[in-house]
Design a protein around this ligand. Sequence first.
Ligand code: ZN
Ligand code: ZN
Length: 370
Amino acid sequence: MKAFLHRFHGQPLQAVEIKTPEARGSEVIVEVSHCGVCHSDLHAWQGKVDYGRRGVVVRPEPAQPIAMGHEIAGRIVALGPQARDARIGDAVIAYPWLGCGACSDCTGGRDNMCRNGPRSLGFAQHGGFAEQVVLPHPRYVFPLGDLDPALAATYACSGLTVRSAIRKIMPLAPDEPLLVIGAGGLGLQAVAMLRALDHERIIIADMSAEKRGAALAAGALDFLHLRGDGDIEHLADLAGGPIPAVLDFVNNGQTALLAFDALRKGGRMVQVGLFGGELAIPLYSLALKGISICGSITGTLEDLADVLRLAREGRLRPLPIETLPKSRVNLALARLAGGAVQGRLVLAEDALDDAAVDDDGLAGDHPRAG
Ligand SMILES: [Zn+2]
Ligand SMILES: [Zn+2]
């Protein structure tokens, strides 16, 4: 099968013919029809992590070239002899955050928290930038139903990540003010999800004033334009004082400090973004206010099931999706790196024929990472 492989950081992915998988044991093989292109792909492709004062670390390049892509919709094309409760031909969404499958976290549906080393699709094994992906068991595929596959593919990452983060600040009364930091794909998804869960009073913050329209359209009540000076006072004006909860989808030194300073007694801040850096806070205030600081990474099987249910019930407002032919994966990464994306970018299978043209046409203009 054809796959677009990440071999060297920041270099164009290469279209390569690799072995088509065969289903063994309880495995399910899904032919990928749609795959989202996500900031996590970008981070993996660029290979840099900002550890604050501990420095910027360049991660090793993949030991084996790998097909990234973890927001996968497609059709089941093969089942292992022990794969029950799944049918060939079914349209599904794949849960990509695989763990060992055997530890107490994995058997409890929290594969994303597996301590035995991640096996996630698109990171530890081939993901949706290939024609097919392998899931170890039917429990990792969810029926697509009548959802739009391009949109529903993104629920396997942005949807479930946001659902998981929101669980960590709930319960909250619907009229309690809460702050969402970052009006990109995740932040907008969070606003839509909070509204689907009947939360009303959402303030969203971003450094770019241009994000205001999309943020309000997603269902936020107020938009806070982050300027650096006076942000905390401006927020207090909008919220009427300190607030009970913050979801930070940027999570750098500045936004985390804003989150901490914004909280009232007993407040909770959930840090989701991977921009890195570090946070210095007065520990006296941490104790005195009884503040909880929590990290959150992707989500569980139940989170994905829950997001798909909300979408099917028509409660989850759809976010803008732009589709590109799969052969344009390098263009998609470049556009994401340049910040020129509204909502989510999704690769669709229907223009694989263009591959040769794109590989030639784009060879000279892939921006390097960093
Ligand atoms: Zn495990
Ligand atoms: Zn993602």
